[in-house]
Design a protein around this ligand. Structure first.
Ligand code: AMP
Length: 390
């Protein structure tokens, strides 16, 4: 019998899953997409597609049932010992993973207005899993938790204080990814982990985080996952005056502005072509080149700002789909950061090597594949009652 933990990452119309046994490599992974009438589900184990047991993909609960039916066929005798959930918002309360009970559920529900596009779906995933596995520990793991030790100046906006008290703060996100990278650095390069590190998580969502001795002190994302770097379809930093102008002069309401900032902006908006970096890199359109120029420039600016927050820099780490795979973006970001002691070894960069800085460089530059699922799985394992490991 395999004692297993399942990780769930529920989006608005998607559900990403990973099944772990007793090792850090998942037994199986999967992705349900377009949950609804045209839902699809792909699952794989050991690099091979698993034949999906027929199921209902019209809801998160249906998608989870289909995932579980497939896993039960592929892994007979599966014993689910705990389930871990990615939850985008833990507010100021949750500074680490927590086993879900009624009080936690109520608090997560209360936080939904702070992340209306994500939190309700994360909660739908938790409810679906509680229904499928009554009595099995459900562990919520938060994207905000890693940032809770930010000093006050990196936690607040310059608004009247009552707004801070009502929760208008710089929460920071991508915390599960940063937590994983901090752990990997501590394991593989403890001298760097103990110092001043900037991690650039560059994927379809993108942010950067300044860490001192493995703890976050500042992040480019703030109250929402919109701030900071431009992303696939999100604007990143924008002058709030632009939003006032769009409201007053163009009659845009909250829904229209939300759609603009979350879905139509970033690389997609600038290029008019795609949110996907591979497509932009392959394109000869000048707008694609400009979108890349803006992306690179904003990353350079933020790395400079975060280095100032740290009082210097010992290492930069790239992760996320772009950070881990795009030699072009890494090289372009680093090419104007020589003043920070950054210098790339181009052969190492082309090979996506773990260390891509030149031997003489003062600042180490690394590429570390992130693994948010493993952070969630470890937290879920830790919640398994008596008897310990699955
Ligand atoms: P993520 O959200 O972390 O899965 O990252 C998705 C982003 O990574 C997309 O913009 C992809 O185009 C980008 N990406 C993945 N592989 C590559 C690659 N080899 N070169 C450039 N960008 C890549």
């Amino acid at each position: 019998m395999t004692r297993a933990v399942l990780t769930l990452n529920a989006g608005s119309s998607s559900l990403k899953v990973a099944l772990f046994g007793d090792s850090d490599a998942p037994l199986a992974t999967g992705h349900a997409d377009r949950i609804g009438p045209e839902g699809t589900l792909r699952l794989s184990a050991a690099g091979k597609a698993l034949p999906v047991a027929m199921g209902d993909l019209t809801s998160h609960a249906g998608a989870l049932d289909s995932v579980l039916a497939t896993f039960r066929e592929a892994f007979p005798g599966l014993d689910m010992a705990a389930i871990g959930h990615r939850v985008v918002h833990g507010g100021v309360t949750f500074t680490g993973p927590v086993v879900v009970d009624d009080a936690v559920l109520a608090e997560l529900d209360r936080l939904s207005p702070l992340a209306p596009l994500h939190q309700p779906h994360n909660l739908a995933g938790i409810h679906a899993a509680m229904q499928a596995f009554p009595g099995v520990p459900q562990v919520a793991c938060f994207d905000t938790a890693f940032h809770r030790a930010h000093p006050w100046v990196n936690d607040t906006f310059a608004l009247p204080r009552r707004f801070y008290d009502m929760g208008v703060r710089r929460y920071g996100f991508h915390g599960l990814s940063y937590d994983y990278i901090a752990g990997e650095l501590a394991r593989t390069a403890p001298h760097l982990a103990a110092g001043r590190v900037i991690v650039a998580h560059l994927g379809n969502g993108a942010s950067a985080c300044a860490m001192l001795g493995g703890r976050a002190v500042a992040s480019t994302m703030g109250f929402s996952a919109l701030d900071g770097l431009p992303m696939g379809t999100r604007s990143g930093q924008i002058d709030p005056g632009v939003l006032l102008y769009l409201m007053t002069e163009h009659g845009m309401d909250a829904a229209a502005i939300s759609d603009l900032l979350y879905k139509q902006s970033g690389l997609l908006g600038l290029s008019g072509l795609s949110n996907d970096m591979r497509t932009l890199e392959a394109s000869t359109a000048p707008e694609a080149a400009q979108a890349i120029d803006y992306f690179v420039f904003r990353i350079q600016r933020e790395i400079g700002g975060l280095a100032a927050a740290l009082g210097g820099i010992d290492a930069v780490v790239f992760c996320g789909g772009i950070g881990e795979n795009s030699r072009l973006i890494r090289a372009r970001v680093c090419e104007r950061l020589g003043w920070m002691g950054i210098e790339i070894d181009h052969a190492a960069n082309a090979a996506n090597a773990p260390v891509i800085s030149s031997a003489m460089a003062r600042t180490t530059v690394m590429v570390l594949p992130t693994n948010e699922e493993l952070v969630i799985a470890r937290a879920a394992r830790a919640a398994i009652p008596t008897g310990g490991q699955p």
